[in-house]
Structures are given as structure tokens and as C-alpha cells.
Write a protein that binds this ligand. Structure first.
Ligand code: GLC
Ligand code: CA
Length: 560
């Protein structure tokens, strides 16, 4: 068999098989030494990103924000937080990335603004029933004096979903709705003014040359606020999800918003892309990913899976079939800024009772396992095997900053230093998401391991130095070297979005083939297995006597 030549995807299709690297800007690189990562810091690391071999970066929010929710509380969608830089810094960063052949995706947060947004300030200063209040979800309270919330729905971050305001005349007044933190009032997507403003934002960034958008909480914008007011459990009822009947999530009406956005995306050449963050039932994901909608939607299935061949196979097959049916390409992801890093997840004792279970019962949102109980070596080994498998799949792959260093979740953050609202709203239950947001170690030594000269806004543990990029750059056997090699080889794989399964005698082994005689074998079991004939291009753990060890993935190109 001969090798399929590397044919670069036509411009408009660049996203279909892109490797996208997520940057959490506050924690990436700090150029001015104030302890907070910034845009100039990102610019300074463009050579690193280029060498890594990614196709695009996705930047978590860098907009002005009080950081009540890590920047997902946006004060102004069309500006840069002065703590992170200026619009000029953005343009400079974006030019440097483009120059290096890397596309730029920004995060759009349409479900809620921050409580410091000028609209919200205006709403508070305006009377009940005013146009300013109509941009949000204000309701009168229950009880004799409206002292009780309009209903008992709870916030995703814990606690009630309503907050009472003080009216301009100083009296206790109406309540506003917030799915997330109270600093994140939900917008009213039944109001045309809200639609217009977001279109303006999409054009603002598209005109600046942004290539695509990641749409935060894409399944949350449309709500039936009059439904089932007496049902505390409503917000957690998964069965309503699958039917599209949940009052707050994944309502069919939401797609008309994205149809309007698509028209804007298509005004540009190449069309701007979008990917939905939509935690919906797998059957309902296709609508978000449709070419008339956002075009792609995150598939979080592997992220939620155990390290298990059967689960992986089922998930891969289902999602590829779904992508083929809609014309989108699938999206694969193991780590992001909301979940425990996969190198740690895969090293946690299965079902370990020490793990804080997500408030909504989704225990894959493992929050802060006791670091003493993590099998770091096993976790990293499996994470690399999983990543090698992911990077060989058709579709786009999303990587989260630091995973290329094999970084573990930071469990040992003192309570006094925690920042995530999920920690504060769930005392004693959740430790929050700070553990995956600790600033990156670039150097082995120094106060903040090369992150910046002025310390780090979240404490870095002593062991971070071992994972430093500079250490790994000098080591051909490092996790970083492995990621670089996999990403470089991946470019040769970007032929047809096809995959053929080879049945394996061993249930713990997955084997598939991509065009050009590329074989991918992943060993989820405990014993070494034989590898097919051919050139060993990549292996996530040292092959032993021609065999693929436990917890490892290999890429092989068959000769002929
Ligand atoms: C998304 C973001 C998360 C944020 C939430 C509210 O899930 O990924 O970080 O807290 O939306 O904006
Ligand atoms: Ca800074």
C-alpha cells in the first residue's frame, strides 16, 4: 500500500480536521509580571505553539471581567481586559499566530453577561418593566413582599438561581435569573436587541480577522421560564434532555439564533467557523453541528468515558456516523478548563470515594481528587495512549494547554487561594476547577517556573518544575516530544475522513486503519499485544520486543 500524500484541506474546510489548542489566557504566560497571563505573553510563545504543530488556538475569554467565573463573566464583549492587554495587543497576537500558520478562535459567551456589563447596570438603575430590564430575566418574587424567589430552581454552580435586587429607590425589589454565578445574569434571548448586539460582536471579531468562535453554553440560551415552577429537581432531570423538553436546556427554539449567526459567518471568506459547547443528549447534538447552524459541536463522550476499549469503540463509531450524517466533522476532547486533567482522571482509583462528585451528579466532573491517591504514572501513560488514539481519528481534536507537558491536576490548592465560584457555592462538596487552571511551568526554576516574573495568580506546586516545557524540550522521550511528533504526523493523515475497523481477538484492543495504510492499535488491557507489520511511526509507551505494552497506542504504516 502507498501513502496518501498530505493534501492540505481547502481553506474553507480548515476546521474539519484541525488540532485546536485551548489557551486559558490568564494562566498561559505573563509578559508584564503581574501574576496574570496576558496577550503579550501568548504572542511571546507563538514559536512554541508553532513547534507544537497545532492548527488553531481557541482563547478562553480575555474580555474585561471581574473574573467572578474565570472571565466567563463578560463586562464588554468588544474589548480586551486591561489586565490582559489592549485591542492592539490582540491584533499583534493574532497577526503573529496567523504568520505562524495558526488560526484564531475566540470564546463567545451569549447566555449571560457579567453584572458589571453596562446593560446590567442600566437594568438595575431602571424601574420594573423597563426596556433595560427586558434584556435580562427579571421577575417579581413570591410571598407577601416578594421576599421569596420566583421559583426554586437552582444554579448550576450551586445555590439558588435567583438573586434579589435593590430598586433605585432603595427598597428590596425584583429578582433576576442566573444559571451560573450570581455575577452572571442570564440574557433574555426573546429580546431582538440581544440578538442584534451579539451579531455586532460576531462582526467585530470577524472583521478583526478572527477565524472562528467557540460558543459557551450554546444549549442554554432559550428558556421556558413559566414551566414547572415548583419542581426543584427540574434543572437536573436528564430525561427531559433527551426529549428536548427541558425548560432551561436544549430547546428547539435555540437553533433559530444560530441560523442567524450562520448568515454572518458566511459573509466572510473563508466563512467563520463555530463550535458549540452543548452538553446535550448525543441524539440532539447534530442540530448544533449542522452547516445551517454553528457547524460543529463538542462531543464530550470520550471525556466522560472510562479507559475502556468497548466504551471507546462505541463512542467513536456513533460519533463518526453522526458526523457523516450531518456533514459536520466530529470533535474529540479529553481535557479543558472545566474538568480534571485527563492525566489525573486516568490515574484515579476507579470509583474512589474521595472524589467530589459534581453537584449535578455527573461524576466525570471529578473535582479535586486527593493527589496522594492518584497513580500519576498510570494516569499519564493512559492519557498519552488516549491522546494518540484521538489524534488519529477523523475530525478535529481539541487539546488543553499543559496536557502536552503531561501536567497533572493540582489538588493541593489551599482554600484561601481558590478562585472558582463552584468552590464557594458548594462548601465542603466541590473544590472547583482551579486545579486545571494553574499557570503553566515554562522553566524548571524560578518563582513562577517561567510563567512570569511576578509570581502566579494560583499557587504552583513544587513538582511543577519537573514538567517544565524547557526540561521537556531537551528530552526526546518527553511527553512534549511525543505530542510534537504525533501532531506533525497527523498532518500526513489528513486525507479522507474515513476509518476502517480491524476486528481484534482481544476485547481490550482497538485496531483501526486510516487511508494510506495507517494502522492505529490501542491496548486498553493489562498484557502486551502483537502489532501489525509495518513501520512503527509513533508509540505512546516504549514497545517491548515488538509488542505494544499495556495502556499504550501505536501508529504503524504498513508497507506495500
Ligand atoms: C461554560 C464554560 C465554563 C463556565 C460556564 C459559564 O461551561 O466552559 O467555564 O463557567 O460556561 O459561562
Ligand atoms: Ca500579566
Amino acid at each position: 500500500m502507498s501513502t496518501t500524500p498530505a493534501t492540505p484541506a481547502p481553506d474553507a474546510d480548515w476546521w474539519r480536521q484541525a488540532a485546536v489548542y485551548q489557551i486559558y489566557p490568564r494562566s498561559f504566560a505573563d509578559a508584564n509580571g503581574d501574576g496574570i497571563g496576558d496577550l503579550k505573553g501568548i504572542t511571546s510563545r507563538v514559536p512554541y505553539l508553532k513547534q507544537l504543530g497545532i492548527d488553531a488556538v481557541w482563547l478562553s475569554p480575555f474580555y474585561p471581567s471581574a473574573l467572578a467565573d474565570g472571565g466567563y463573566d463578560v463586562d464588554d464583549y468588544r474589548d480586551v481586559d486591561p489586565k490582559l492587554g489592549t485591542l492592539e495587543d490582540f491584533d499583534e497576537m493574532s497577526a503573529a499566530l496567523h504568520e505562524a500558520g495558526i488560526r484564531v478562535i475566540v470564546d463567545i459567551v451569549p447566555n449571560h453577561t457579567s453584572d458589571r456589563h453596562e446593560w446590567f447596570k442600566e437594568a438595575l438603575a431602571s424601574p420594573k418593566g423597563s426596556a433595560a430590564r427586558e434584556r435580562y430575566i427579571f421577575r417579581d418574587g413570591q410571598g407577601a413582599d416578594g421576599e421569596l424567589p420566583p421559583n426554586d430552581w437552582t444554579s448550576i454552580f450551586g445555590g439558588g438561581a435567583w438573586e434579589r435586587v435593590t430598586e433605585p429607590d432603595g427598597t428590596p425589589g425584583q429578582w433576576y435569573f442566573h444559571l451560573f454565578a450570581m455575577e452572571q445574569p442570564d440574557l433574555n434571548w426573546d429580546n431582538p436587541e440581544v440578538h442584534e448586539d451579539f451579531k455586532k460582536t460576531l462582526r467585530f471579531w470577524s472583521d478583526r480577522g478572527v477565524d472562528g468562535f467557540r460558543v459557551d453554553v450554546a444549549h442554554g440560551l432559550k428558556k421556558d421560564m413559566d414551566a414547572a415552577h415548583d419542581d426543584l429537581e427540574t434543572i437536573h432531570r436528564a430525561d427531559l434532555f433527551s426529549l428536548g423538553e427541558h425548560p432551561l436546556w436544549d430547546r428547539d427554539e435555540v437553533h433559530s439564533i444560530y441560523a442567524g449567526w450562520r448568515e454572518i459567518f458566511n459573509e466572510y471568506t473563508p466563512p467563520r467557523t463555530a463550535v458549540a459547547e452543548a452538553w446535550v443528549h448525543a441524539d440532539r447534538r447534530a442540530k448544533y453541528a449542522s452547516p445551517e447552524g454553528l457547524g460543529q459541536a463538542f462531543n464530550f463522550d470520550l471525556l466522560q468515558a472510562d479507559f475502556d476499549a468497548g466504551q471507546y469503540r462505541e463512542i467513536i463509531a456513533t460519533n463518526l456516523a453522526e458526523a457523516a450524517a450531518t456533514g459536520a466533522s466530529s470533535t474529540w476532547v479529553f481535557s479543558n478548563h472545566d474538568v480534571v486533567r485527563h492525566a489525573t482522571r486516568y490515574g484515579l482509583p476507579k470509583g474512589g470515594g474521595h472524589i467530589g462528585v459534581g453537584q449535578d451528579g455527573r461524576d466525570w466532573l471529578l473535582r479535586g481528587g486527593d493527589p496522594a491517591e492518584v497513580d500519576v504514572e498510570l494516569g499519564l501513560r493512559r492519557a498519552k495512549a488516549a491522546t494518540a488514539l484521538m489524534l488519529a481519528l477523523p475530525g478535529s481534536a481539541y487539546l488543553y494547554q499543559g496536557e502536552e507537558l503531561g501536567l497533572q491536576e493540582v489538588g493541593e490548592i489551599p482554600d484561601s487561594e481558590r478562585q472558582d465560584p463552584t468552590f464557594f457555592r458548594n462548601p465542603g462538596i466541590e473544590v472547583g476547577r482551579d486545579g486545571c487552571r494553574v499557570p503553566l511551568p515554562w522553566e524548571q526554576e524560578g518563582t513562577s517556573f517561567g510563567f512570569g516574573s511576578g509570581g502566579s495568580h494560583l499557587p504552583q506546586p513544587a513538582w511543577f518544575g519537573r514538567y517544565a516545557a524547557s526540561v521537556q524540550e531537551a528530552d526526546a522521550g518527553s511527553t512534549l516530544a511525543f505530542y510534537r511528533r504525533a501532531l506533525a504526523l497527523r498532518h500526513e493523515l489528513q486525507g479522507a475522513e474515513r476509518l476502517t475497523w480491524h476486528e481484534s481477538a482481544d476485547d481490550d484492543v482497538l485496531h483501526f486503519e486510516r487511508p494510506g495504510g495507517w494502522h492505529v492499535v490501542a491496548n486498553f488491557g493489562d498484557a502486551p499485544v502483537n502489532l501489525p507489520e509495518g513501520d512503527l511511526l509513533l508509540v505512546s509507551a516504549e514497545a517491548e520486543e515488538g509488542k505494544l505494552p499495556a495502556g499504550a497506542t501505536a501508529w504503524i504504516r504498513s508497507q506495500g
